[in-house]
Write a protein that binds this ligand. Structure first.
Ligand SMILES: Cc1ncc(COP(=O)(O)O)c(C=O)c1O
Length: 461
């Protein structure tokens, strides 16, 4: 420790900085290799103030004390999304290779926004994006970028879609509509409404069928009603609440016939297309103008990453490239600059952990780990149907199982859910469907077992 501040103390190679890096890497190594990941739980602001405030001081509290504070107080106040019993929202389950490589991304200070600065990283990310594009049946020339998450992916795709529609109107001498419209299913993710609000456009919800699937006929009725105001249709490749895949082929037939941009929100579910027998459920994805899939969901990468892929990336370049004198050296080249394909400028090379993991284990392991979740969802759904007092709300299509416990109110579900977390068994929060409170297992982790799930069902008796 030095007494007076020195400008390079935090950066120079010294005993102190070496020890600091060791403290952090040692903890990261232990956490990455935990045999039993603790589920953990939130603490109240009051408890955290009592236990953890005062860490920011003029002199610093030192590497060891700060790391101990994190390990002993702050980390246990964060629910582990990779715990096999974390079954709420969409869990995460990064591979060991992906977790470890994320540390290298941090250590390497790579600027992932431009080819000039990050060509090696951008090349590797593109290897993954092109592999995904081929899996989705998109043509040669499709390409994209890893952005923060599905929300930014959807927003960026819709911004590109509206820009293309505006340019189409300008070229044809047509006026733009007073209000632009995006059509999606009533079951679409909330990020579509959020993107529309940011863009100041209207969302029109087309009715899904009784099983939650959106079909071309329903979309067509909305296109008839809203005409040229519609700049994009969003189909969902795996809804969040149920894992239902829209009838993308019939929707694509309608959008293609009218020259309207088709975006596929596959943030959660599109990964299932890597499983051969699931491919027919996703027919029509190959006709999309843009798609997203989140590696931090079912492609086993750490937070945060969304693969955003455009059929024709030139639309995205026109819509998103930021113009500034200091950027001219980057933007006035034909180089592949990921910054120019989404709402962003500076970017972490967040696709690299997935690249490294895919390169390490090969694509077959991914197909197998995803298929495991689909099979487990089917198995536990059958078990639920077989148990007295439990029933499925809908048959699972991917790896989300929604069910009810007969006779329970929302308060019963909430008390049960709180107890599970309190006892550190599992994290299963109540959801709702058509006003009815329900339970939901979202299965991502290959470490989630049938026995763990039946153990949770036992507590509902
Ligand atoms: C279908 C779908 N789209 C979009 C999103 C938003 O993704 P993110 O949370 O990464 O912004 C989610 C998140 O669960 C999702 O399930």
């Amino acid at each position: 420790m030095t007494d007076a501040p020195s400008p390079d103390r935090m950066h120079a190679i010294s005993d102190e900085t070496r020890a600091t890096v060791d403290v952090v890497l040692d903890y990261a190594r232990r956490r990455a290799l935990y045999q039993d990941v603790p589920l953990d739980k939130p603490l109240s602001p009051r408890d955290l103030s009592r236990l953890a405030s005062g860490s920011i001081t003029p002199e610093g509290i030192g590497a060891r004390r700060a790391a101990a504070l994190f390990e002993n107080v702050l980390a246990p106040a964060c629910v582990s999304t990779d715990h096999p019993g974390y079954l709420s929202f969409i869990p995460s389950a990064p591979t060991k290779a992906a977790i470890a490589f994320d540390l290298i991304v941090s250590a390497s200070a790579i600027y992932g926004g431009s080819w000039l600065e990050g060509s090696g990283a951008v090349f590797a990310e593109n290897e993954v994006l092109h592999w995904l594009a081929r899996e989705f049946g998109l043509p040669e020339g499709a390409g994209g970028v890893f952005v923060q998450g599905g929300t930014i992916g959807n927003l960026s795709a819709l911004v590109a879609a509206r820009d293309a529609a505006r340019r189409g109107n300008a070229a044809a001498g047509r006026p733009d509509p007073a209000r632009w419209v995006v059509v999606c299913s009533a079951e679409a993710h909330s990020s579509i409404a959020s993107a529309a609000a940011v863009m100041d456009v209207d969302v029109v919800k087309a009715a899904a069928d009784a099983s939650g699937r959106l079909h071309g006929e329903s979309v067509e009725r909305m296109l008839d009603a809203y005409g040229d105001a519609v700049f994009a249709v969003v189909a969902t490749g795996g809804t969040t609440n149920f894992g239902i895949v829209d009838d993308i082929a019939s929707i694509a037939a309608v959008t293609k016939a009218r020259g309207i941009w088709l975006h596929i929100d596959g943030a959660y579910g599109l990964a299932a297309m890597l499983v051969e027998r699931m491919r027919p459920a996703f027919a029509g994805v190959e006709l999309a103008d843009s798609v997203i899939v989140d590696p931090h969901k079912w492609l086993f990468a750490p937070f945060d990453a969304c693969a955003l892929i455009y059929r024709d990336p030139s639309h995205a370049l026109i819509a998103h490239t930021q113009k500034a004198e200091y950027l001219d050296t980057l933007t006035e080249t034909a180089d592949w600059n990921p910054s120019d394909l989404a709402v962003q400028l500076t970017r972490r090379a967040r696709g690299l952990p997935l690249w490294y993991s895919l390169a390490t284990y090969g694509t077959q392991e991914y197909r197998s780990a995803i298929e495991y979740g689909i099979d487990l969802a089917r198995r536990i759904a059958d078990e639920i149907e077989a148990r007295e007092g439990l029933s499925l709300v809908r048959d699972p299509q991917l790896s989300v199982v929604v069910f009810r416990r007969e006779g329970w109110t929302l308060a019963d579900y909430q008390a049960w859910s709180d107890r599970l977390l309190e006892e550190q068994t599992a994290f299963v929060v109540p959801s709702s469907h058509a006003g009815e409170p329900v339970l939901r297992f979202a299965i991502i982790s290959p470490m989630t077992t049938f026995e763990l799930l039946t153990g949770i069902l036992d507590t509902l008796a």
